[in-house]
Design a protein. Structure first.
Length: 135
C-alpha cells in the first residue's frame, strides 16, 4: 500500500533473515535477492547479497552462490563483507569438488588479502585440495 515507506527494506531484510534462521534457504535467497535488486541503495544491500550467497551454499547451489558473491563484490567492492564473499566463493568451488578451481580462488583471495582474516584457512584449503588432487 505504501511503496515508498522507508521501513519496507528493513522489514524485507528481517523477513529474509527469519527464513534463513528457520532453514528455509530457498525463500531466504529469493527474498534477499529481491531486496538487493529492488532496493540497491538500502544500507544493508551488501549484506542481503552476501546472505543470499550463503543461502545458495546451504542449498548446495555452488554455481548460484558463486554468481551472487561475485555480484556482491562487484556492486559493493568497499563492503566489509567483500573479503568474506571472496573466501566463500572459493569455498563454493571446494564444495563442488573442483579442487583446481578452489586452489585458484583461494590463491586469488590470498593475493587480494595477504593478511586477511581467512589467510590460515585459505592456506590449509589449498594444501588439502592439492592433496585431494593427488589421490
Amino acid at each position: 500500500e505504501h511503496p515508498n515507506d522507508p521501513r519496507l527494506p528493513k522489514t524485507a531484510f528481517l523477513a529474509a533473515h527469519a527464513h534463513l534462521e528457520l532453514g528455509d534457504f530457498d525463500a531466504a535467497r529469493r527474498t534477499f535477492l529481491d531486496l538487493a535488486r529492488e532496493q540497491p541503495a538500502f544500507e544493508e544491500a551488501d549484506r542481503a547479497l552476501f546472505l543470499a550467497g550463503y543461502a545458495a551454499l546451504m542449498l548446495q547451489d555452488n554455481i548460484g552462490a558463486t554468481e551472487i558473491f561475485e555480484r556482491m563484490r562487484s556492486l559493493h567492492p568497499g563492503s566489509p563483507l567483500a573479503e568474506q564473499a571472496l573466501h566463500w566463493r572459493a569455498m563454493a568451488a571446494l564444495f563442488a569438488k573442483d579442487h583446481a578451481l578452489a586452489i585458484a580462488r583461494f590463491e586469488e583471495y590470498l593475493a587480494a588479502y595477504p593478511s586477511g582474516a581467512f589467510k590460515a584457512d585459505a592456506l590449509y584449503r589449498i594444501a588439502a585440495a592439492r592433496y585431494a588432487m593427488r589421490q
